[in-house]
Ligand binder design. Structure first.
Ligand SMILES: Nc1ncnc2c1ncn2[C@@H]1O[C@H](COP(=O)(O)OP(=O)(O)O)[C@@H](O)[C@H]1O
Ligand SMILES: [Mg+2]
Length: 198
């Protein structure tokens, strides 16, 4: 199963989402592959630098070009899980990844400018591939969060989860995975599994 974490913008939570989901995908003695398609290699660095044991069963593949991406995707066994962390604003590479995706995760933040960006990514996703939003670093008690959720509901855009803003999540590789971050991403993970079964 190939899961692509897609956004056409940096700083929305793609890498954080990819790492947490890869950790969940590799629980229960399974391994998962985290395919880092961003030349910055922040997902690969995270896995390399972190002491968190929950990241031990993640295999990392650095694949910042079309050729390397295809190669890394080919290596994911049929029963395995590959999670692709995409760079921002590389639409060509994103399209290549989306062609091979079973599931697409679209991390976003709350804010008026984010909605058209989310829609632009949704347009790139092939019709038969399930896609859902993850609202990252959310302040759930704010009015702008409530309004954003209402808008997505009205427009029929699926939101698969909300990840609260947490200092422990910002810590990235310098700290362990945040317990409540994992709890929130677990809900997203269940949506992914449900979408993959349908
Ligand atoms: N739930 C969260 N709470 C707090 N900070 C977060 C959260 N999710 C992401 N961040 C922070 O936001 C910044 C951008 O996230 P990142 O995952 O690197 O985004 P991208 O890969 O899209 O550029 C990072 O500093 C990251 O630690
Ligand atoms: Mg990133």
């Amino acid at each position: 199963m190939i899961i692509v974490t897609a956004a056409l913008k940096g700083g929305v939570g793609k890498t954080t989402t990819s790492v947490y989901l890869a950790a969940l995908a590799s629980s229960n003695r399974r391994t998962s592959t985290l395919i880092d398609a961003d030349p910055q290699g922040s997902a690969a660095d995270w896995i390399a630098e972190s002491d968190d044991e929950q990241l031990n069963r993640i295999e990392i593949a650095e694949a910042p070009t079309e050729r390397l991406l295809n190669k890394a995707l080919d290596k994911v066994p049929p029963e395995g899980i590959g999670i692709v962390d995409m760079p921002p604003s590389h639409e060509r590479l994103l399209n290549k990844a989306l062609e091979r995706a079973r599931i697409v995760i679209i991390p976003t933040r709350v804010g008026g400018v984010e909605t058209p960006r989310v829609k632009a990514v949704m347009e790139l996703v092939p019709d038969d591939v399930p896609a859902g939003l993850v609202i990252c670093s959310a302040r759930t008690y704010t009015r702008s969060y409530q309004e954003a959720m209402q808008l997505y509901a009205q427009e029929g855009i699926p939101v698969w989860g909300t990840i609260p803003e947490r200092v422990s999540i910002t810590a990235g590789p310098t700290g362990p995975l945040a317990a409540d971050g994992l709890e929130s991403y677990k809900k997203v993970w269940r949506k992914i599994l449900a979408a993959a079964r349908s």
